[in-house]
Design a protein around this ligand. Sequence first.
Ligand SMILES: O=C(CO)[C@H](O)[C@H](O)COP(=O)(O)O
Ligand SMILES: [Fe+2]
Length: 220
Amino acid sequence: MTHPILISPSILSADFARLGEEVRAIDEAGCDWIHIDVMDGHFVPNITIGPAVVKALRPHSQKPFDVHLMISPVDPYLDAFVQAGADIITVHPEAGPHIHRTVQHIKSLGVKAGVVLNPGTPAKMLDYLIDDVDLILVMSVNPGFGGQSFIENQLRKIEAIRKMIDKSGRDIRLQVDGGIDLNTAPRAIAAGADVLVAGTATFRGGQSTYADNIRQLRGG
Ligand SMILES: O=C(CO)[C@H](O)[C@H](O)COP(=O)(O)O
Ligand SMILES: [Fe+2]
């Protein structure tokens, strides 16, 4: 199944003092999804935003909110993020005791469910999840911060997961997150990714550059 390439800017690199305006700006600049990085200072060494901020941002765009949860335990917070306006929720298998149950729970809330693999987590982890997920996210940096360098060997993992998805015959998006720029984006796409998360590469240069940045990342 071939999908168009989607761009999901990570608002981690936006101006947090003007977050609503920044979300409107990337929406108007032509992004496809809006990637929201939720960090708890426990699962990852950084703290960002919670459901109240997601709810406050919701009126600023109708595009899908792609919520990447880097919190542990993750299960107690799923309902709150859906109520706040998440459309897609991605979870790390290490963030709770029963990843299959977590995926089922997300889907029961009526939103799309994704599983995220850290750089050190093998593709094999997906063997018994691929029948249920809507999205698989390959982290090409260790989670916690924007602006890190792309870890090259994750291209091999993207290739392996692309084969797994194609073999499954299911409609699953393959997303890559971390260090995506004009050099790494085409290589991630060639390896099989079809959703690119980009924080630094979207927001650099200020609002007047967002549309160009997004278009170039898409390969246009
Ligand atoms: O999940 C993340 C970090 O944990 C971010 O989405 C990611 O790092 C995006 O930032 P950049 O494009 O600047 O690398
Ligand atoms: Fe992310």
